[in-house]
Design a protein around this ligand. Structure first.
Ligand code: NAD
Length: 311
């Protein structure tokens, strides 16, 4: 069985990846500094993994973490646009420094076969082109987005120079269990679901026509595992991971009302400056390279999320 390192493995996406890998019988090491991650995300299987509580912005941590590892799934990051606006230096350290440390340590280790890393649809900035495809020029508009695009470029450079295989998965709006609705970084689905479960009206900034490509966590885990095992595409690819459709905020509230059997009317507030109006992934590349085929529709994913939140 292959040995995996999942960075940020105590976070929302990372812990779901770890859970799947453990279920498949793989050896898994997690490195996480618990800045936004939580131990309760991994408590059900913590005795079946190796856990390193440390910060990857320290090269020594990166070198220790990659020892004997075959595949790295790199999720660690300070995942917030607003926070990156307040603290661009911290976000650069948490995203760019950790990535360079990890890549260099992987090259030095001699054992690492491939790195699959979390990139972000924020790379597309305010472009109005729909759907977004990976050949479009990146237009990162926040320190967070710049750092995520930089990760992709490091992937390309490390393959070009050292032959390190790196695949970057540009996630769209990921949702599902273990996403913390109370956190500063929470996605709109976890906030609305939590709010409406408690019988409260969700707040929509703008007219509610803003739309996003929401992708359920299990499909994101599938994409990561396929990116580890797929035939090397010959270059360090950037690949969209979304469902290829989009849903407006009004439709999201409508769907949640339907599932919850409620009739909560959203409260509309002024549109926030800088919010992108629409987002939708072209997933042709993911289909071709990863055999990616999203299995969970938004409504089905919301039902699963609500079940989990109720527990
Ligand atoms: N959630 C989304 O919709 C989404 C969309 C696009 C991209 N992403 C990317 O996916 C990845 C995972 O995001 P998430 O939503 O699970 O966020 P998360 O905050 O739940 O997970 C990030 C994890 O990284 C850890 N971490 C942060 N800095 C670290 C460091 N220096 N050293 C060690 N660990 C560190 C945190 O403690 C946390 O456990 C991130 O790279 C994020 O940028 C997420």
């Amino acid at each position: 069985m292959a040995k995996y390192l999942v960075t940020g493995g105590a976070g929302f996406i990372g812990s779901n990846i770890v859970e799947r890998l453990v279920g498949l019988g793989h050896d898994v090491r997690v490195v996480d500094n618990l800045s936004t991650g939580r131990l309760e995300n991994i408590e059900n299987f913590h005795n079946r993994i190796e856990f390193i509580n440390a910060d990857l912005s320290d090269y020594k941590t990166a070198a220790e973490s990659v020892k004997g590892i075959d595949y790295i799934i790199h999720e660690a990051a300070m995942p917030s646009v607003p926070l990156s606006v307040q603290d661009p230096v911290g976000v650069n350290r948490s995203i760019v420094n950790t990535t360079v440390n990890l890549f260099k340590a992987a090259v030095d280790s001699g054992s690492v076969k491939r790195i699959v890393q979390a990139a972000s649809a924020s790379a597309y900035g305010n472009s109005e082109v729909l759907p977004k495809n990976e050949d479009m020029n990146p237009e990162p508009l926040s320190p967070y987005a710049v750092a995520k695009v930089t990760q992709e470029y490091y992937g390309k450079a490390f393959f070009h120079i050292y032959g390190l295989e790196v695949i970057s998965l540009r996630y769209f709006n990921v949702f599902g269990p273990k996403q913390d609705p109370g956190s500063y970084y929470a996605g709109v689905i976890s906030i609305f679901t939590n709010t409406m479960l408690q019988g409260n009206a969700p707040v929509i900034f703008g007219d509610g026509l803003t739309s996003r490509d929401y992708i359920y966590i299990d499909d994101v885990v599938d994409a990561n595992l396929s990116a580890c095992s797929c035939r090397w595409p010959g270059r360090s690819e950037v690949i969209n991971v979304g469902c290829g459709n989009r849903l407006s905020l009004n439709e999201l509230v409508e769907t949640l009302n339907k599932i919850l059997g409620k009739n909560l009317k959203p409260v509309y507030k002024d549109e926030r400056v800088g919010d992108v109006k629409h987002s939708q992934a072209d997933i042709t590349r993911a289909r071709n390279i990863l055999g990616f085929n999203p299995r969970v529709g938004v409504e089905e994913g919301l039902v699963k999320l609500i079940d989990w939140m109720k527990k």
